[in-house]
Design a protein around this ligand. Structure first.
Ligand code: ATP
Ligand code: MG
Length: 378
């Protein structure tokens, strides 16, 4: 059920400003309130800068909304300073001497060793299929793995992992990822009706993703894989700038129209200084189920592989078009879990292993501080 603005206003009337000894609603300090399904966004307007007070009030707002309005609310609170309200709220008091306080920064994903984005310039190339199978392959190899489906307009994780339940919430009001096939999962699709999310504006999407970084109990993970929405627009750019990414993997199909978008993807990550771990070519060739020895290069041969060479980024491997890959994804068990010894699963596991190797190289580089060349061409 969608949260109403009135529920939020009523919850915030329990939050008392310690200095003015009145609640935030009576003081008219809540502006730009937006609610959409479980998402709530507003500005807490303070008459002067006070980071400690702002942090305290933000915490109390979150607690009050979760207690009195909706325990699953996803919040985005901005603090705004409106000095024109000083006189009205405080009378003619002289300004307190300003002292620079260090910004209290909540550590983002402090228990996660590597955050990897799975991106594509073009939609429908199999990004979510690859992300899901990479996650399962890394988990089966013994790593602790999380998968965050950031595609709010078309979340795939609920279908691909067969999740119908909602995540639990800890006493600290954090969402607990749902574990399936060894992977810790969070998807906007667990919380929001996708038809509703279609009308979300870009800033709401990016702040919801930010929220998933801070308000999900990810725990200790070796890898957190981010399934990005398709494209290289503002939403993707904001997400990759918000999250401390170790690297990005770009998925493409072999044909020329898709390859143009790979260039854009590589350029986007280079612009924000995120290493491109490599390109994965999906739907490289068709293998008929009854003639597994045949390969038909429907979309052209080695397009993404050749482009990776031209762009001087690693090529991580190719995945054929197989009915079994689609079927297993549609029925809630990615092929690496459903049929681990099939050729497709073995290929995907090899790709996961290459990603793992790339990250080991990056770790080595940051330990030794010497530049390590990362190039793998199978
Ligand atoms: N190698 C493959 N063989 C057969 N079917 C595949 C393969 N890869 C993906 N598919 C199917 O193609 C469809 C699109 O894949 P997927 O949802 O992974 O793409 P996407 O890039 O994440 O899409 P979007 O841009 O909408 O997020 C799905 O039905 C999926 O099962
Ligand atoms: Mg997808």
């Amino acid at each position: 059920m969608s949260i109403h603005k009135e529920q939020i206003r009523s919850a915030l009337s329990y939050v008392i400003h310690p200095k003015y000894e009145k609640d935030l609603i009576s003081l008219d300090l809540i502006q730009d309130l937006i609610t959409q399904e479980k998402f709530v966004s507003f500005t807490l307007e303070l008459p002067r800068k006070d980071d400690a007070l702002a942090a305290l009030l933000k915490r109390e707002c979150v607690a009050a909304i979760h207690k009195y309005a909706d325990a699953e609310a996803v919040l985005d609170i901005t603090v705004g300073i409106n000095i024109s309200r000083q006189k009205e709220l405080e009378g003619d008091q002289p300004d307190e001497p300003k002292k620079e306080e260090p910004k209290a920064q909540e550590p983002i994903l402090s228990g996660v060793k590597h955050v990897i984005a799975v991106a594509s310039g073009k939609g429908g190339v199999g990004k979510s299929t690859v992300a899901a199978n990479l996650a399962v392959a890394l988990a089966h190899a013994g790593a602790r793995v999380g998968l965050l489906d950031t595609d709010i307009y078309g979340p795939s994780v609920p279908t691909m992992f067969g999740v119908t339940e909602r995540p639990n919430i800890t006493t600290q009001k954090k969402l607990v990822p749902i574990e399936k096939h060894g992977v810790h999962l969070i998807s906007m699709g667990f919380l929001v009706d996708t038809d509703q999310a279609m009308v979300w504006r870009g800033p709401m999407v990016t702040s919801a993703v930010k929220q998933f970084m801070q308000e999900v109990e990810w725990g200790e993970l070796d890898y957190l894989i981010l399934d990005l929405p398709p494209g290289t627009g503002d939403i993707q750019l904001t997400i990759v700038q918000t999250v401390p990414l170790t690297g990005a993997v770009i998925v493409s199909t072999p044909q020329e129209v898709a390859l143009d978008d790979v260039r854009k993807g590589v350029a986007m990550f280079q612009k924000v200084n995120v290493p491109v771990l490599g390109v994965i070519e999906n739907m490289s060739y068709f293998v008929p189920e009854d003639m597994p020895e045949k390969k038909y290069y429907i979309f052209g041969k080695h397009g993404a592989r050749n482009l990776a060479t031209r762009l001087d980024v690693p090529f991580l491997g190719e995945v054929p078009i197989r009915e079994a890959i689609r079927e297993t994804s549609d029925s809630g068990t990615p092929i690496v879990a459903a049929s681990p010894s099939s050729p497709s699963a073995i290929g995907l596991k090899e790709i996961a292993n290459r990603v793992h190797q790339m990250l080991a190289l990056i770790d080595k580089e940051s330990e030794g501080k010497s530049k390590v060349e990362i190039k793998i061409r199978p």
